[in-house]
Design a protein around this ligand. Structure first.
Ligand SMILES: Cc1cc2nc3c(=O)[nH]c(=O)nc-3n(C[C@H](O)[C@H](O)[C@H](O)COP(=O)(O)O)c2cc1C
Length: 180
């Protein structure tokens, strides 16, 4: 097991995958990592769909534009997770929104997704978060019920490439002490 800061630093978005299946114990470990993510008031609004069927992946790939670098990843990956959540749970109390930000679902799903991506990397797997696709079309493909959102797709599998890290900003450009 690598140490956490290496896992965080070395994780990359992986868009091409080996033809190898992902073991079911590893899929369980990824979903378990999501389960332990923090969430607003422990609301745990997340729902995950595990997609392994080729035709279902083909339908999902059609929801991405040809220009999206992850379009082929959805087809190529042995597994795609659809990251979904129940609306109006996170950031709400008795059905009332309690902060200026309407729904904290995006925030909580982001935390759960990062847990999955980091755990995947620590297990020798790669993944890429896909946020740019036709959400309405994907909702139909995956039969998402009313009151639930599909936020992201996450193709994952054994990496077939090792991309170098895209540059990060220097921390002095975004860290402030005391005030902005
Ligand atoms: C919310 C979100 C949405 C993203 N959507 C896409 C996408 O639609 N297509 C894609 O190829 N990559 C997508 N990415 C991956 C980013 O491009 C990638 O994380 C970024 O370039 C940094 O590279 P790294 O993940 O290898 O460090 C997304 C990442 C995040 C966090």
């Amino acid at each position: 097991m690598q140490i956490l800061d290496e896992i965080i630093r070395d994780r990359r978005s992986i868009r091409r995958f080996e033809k190898r299946e992902v073991e079911s114990e590893k899929l369980t470990a990824l979903l378990e990592a999501a389960r332990w993510a923090p969430s607003w008031g422990n609301s745990q609004c997340w729902q995950f769909i595990v997609i392994q069927d080729k035709e279902q992946k083909e339908r999902l790939a059609e929801t991405l534009t040809k220009k999206n670098p992850a379009t082929l990843s959805v087809l190529d990956a042995p597994v795609v997770f659809a990251i979904c959540g129940e609306s109006k749970k996170s950031g709400y109390y008795n059905g009332q929104q309690i902060t200026r930000y309407q729904d904290w679902l995006m925030f909580d799903l982001g935390l759960a997704t990062q847990n999955i991506c980091l755990t995947a990397h620590s297990l020798g797997l790669g993944s890429v978060i896909v946020g740019s696709f036709d959400h309405e079309m994907a909702e139909k493909v995956l039969c998402i019920p009313k009151g639930y959102e599909i936020v992201a797709l996450l193709p994952l599998g054994y990496p077939a490439h090792a991309p170098s890290a895209p540059k990060r900003k220097e921390s002095r450009t975004f860290v402030h002490y005391g005030h902005f």
